[in-house]
Ligand binder design. Structure first.
Ligand SMILES: NC(=O)CC[C@H](N)C(=O)O
Length: 265
């Protein structure tokens, strides 16, 4: 496969988890891609690929890391020689990357309540996430979210499955202690970009069983479930399981903008 300079190749990490669902919604988002805004005078052409090797990744101008099991994804990435290329893609090349659920965990610089045996993180977002914050598989739930970056339309109906929360923005001065096993990504990237909180889930903390003191502290304003820092975007939920392509469309616009700025494509 070669990269066609007129076509934007966007990848979905396909080592484990819900990657097929993301590709389906990316295709729909490409069909619905707005052609009227200033940044998108011409409808761009996209190719969507499943990424399993460093060679696949090298073709991509943007990448989604899907939900699934972050420990399994990081193990497979390590064994297939993808972990360092992924870190390079996110932190050195600074390509647009979006992590959903397990993908958000992998993109965090720090993860609390990790397995005792540890796990590798890619990093890129200066946040500490707490794994499985919203409970076990049987405690999965759906919620309507008001996401301010989606300019119009109804609330975004989303699915939370063993989802993490962003329990701490590492740039902030708050000293929220971790209550579990914490792992960190190995190399921090120097960046001035602030962590932007793009979505909160209000009122959920009160209903979570076994909630921690940390959960209460954050839950009052609403648990942080969507963040962005420069090129890196993360959501705790699974937008690819709902059939609503609005976030995919929004993210593809960021990819197009980034590509036009850096490559003139
Ligand atoms: N739905 C999901 O992606 C769950 C993520 C899972 N709890 C993990 O730690 O990887």
């Amino acid at each position: 496969m070669t990269a066609d300079s007129q076509t934007l190749t966007v990848g979905v990490l396909a080592l484990q988890g819900a990657f097929i669902e993301h590709i389906v919604l990316l295709k729909r988002a490409a069909e619905e891609f707005p052609t009227t805004s200033n940044t998108t005078a011409q409808r761009p052409r996209f190719t969507f690929i499943e990424v399993r090797t460093p060679a696949d990744l090298a073709l991509c101008r943007g990448l989604i890391i899907p939900g699934g099991e972050s420990t399994a994804i990081s193990l497979i990435a390590e064994r297939t020689g993808l972990l360092e290329p992924l870190r390079d893609f996110v932190k050195v090349q600074r390509m647009p990357v979006w992590g959903t659920c397990a993908g958000l965990i992998l993109l965090a610089e720090s993860a609390n309540k990790s397995k005792a045996t540890g796990q590798e993180l890619i990093g890129g977002l200066d946040v500490r996430v707490q794994r499985n914050y919203f409970g076990r598989q049987v405690e999965s739930f759906e919620a309507d979210l008001d996401l301010s970056f989606l300019e119009n339309g109804p609330p975004f109906h989303s699915v939370f499955i063993r989802a993490p929360v962003v329990e701490k923005v590492l740039q902030s001065t708050s000293s929220l202690p971790a209550t579990g096993n914490v792992v960190t990504a190995p190399t921090k990237r120097p960046t001035d970009a602030p962590v932007e909180i793009l979505g909160r889930l209000v009122g959920r903390a009160q209903t979570i069983r076994n909630k921690t003191a940390n959960a209460e502290a954050l839950g009052a304003e609403g648990d942080i479930i969507a963040v962005r820092q420069g090129n890196v975007f993360g959501t705790a939920f699974h937008p690819e399981l709902t059939g609503d392509a609005r976030i995919h469309t929004w993210w593809l616009q960021q990819v197009v903008q980034h590509s036009r700025l850096t490559q003139g494509v």
